[in-house]
Design a protein around this ligand. Structure first.
Ligand code: NI
Length: 142
């Protein structure tokens, strides 16, 4: 019997400050484009990481969720929680800290260690507020 393809998701929350500012725009253009987000402010983010893999008949699992949790905490949460995303997080240096860019940066931090466990990172979902979330499914043709 072929093993089943299953997706598992782990959720973590963190709080962080940021502001939206593009080095390619003037101060007036930044203010116009980003409005209140041009000023320092914070969010209670919710990060959902979905891994896709074969269901291992020996263990009944795709990937040990405790191991996935530890990996997300070590690679992401401990580096962003209660930090300023624009200034305090080396892997975000030089990026405009929109939820889109942050989700892509998180993907780059997580994809290789998840692959090392024989699974494939399927989706990084970052909720910035109750109304706004972004999904990233990785680079095309990856
Ligand atoms: Ni914001």
């Amino acid at each position: 019997m072929a093993s089943e393809l299953v997706e598992i998701t782990h959720v973590q929350e963190f709080s962080a400050a940021h502001r939206l500012v593009s080095a390619a725009l003037s101060e007036a253009e930044n203010r116009e484009l980003y409005g209140p987000c041009f000023t320092d402010h914070g969010h209670n983010y919710v990060l959902e990481v979905t891994v896709r893999g074969q269901l291992d008949e020996r263990t009944g699992m795709v990937m040990d969720l405790n191991r996935l949790s530890r990996l997300i905490v070590e690679r992401i949460i401990e580096r962003v929680d209660h930090r300023h995303l624009n200034h305090d997080v080396p892997f975000l240096a030089g990026t405009i800290t929109t939820a889109e860019n942050v989700a892509v940066a998180f993907w780059r931090e997580l994809a290789a260690p998840i692959a090392a466990h024989g699974c494939r990172l399927h989706r990084v979902r970052l909720r910035e507020s109750r109304m706004n979330l972004v999904d990233y499914f990785g680079p095309p043709n990856a």
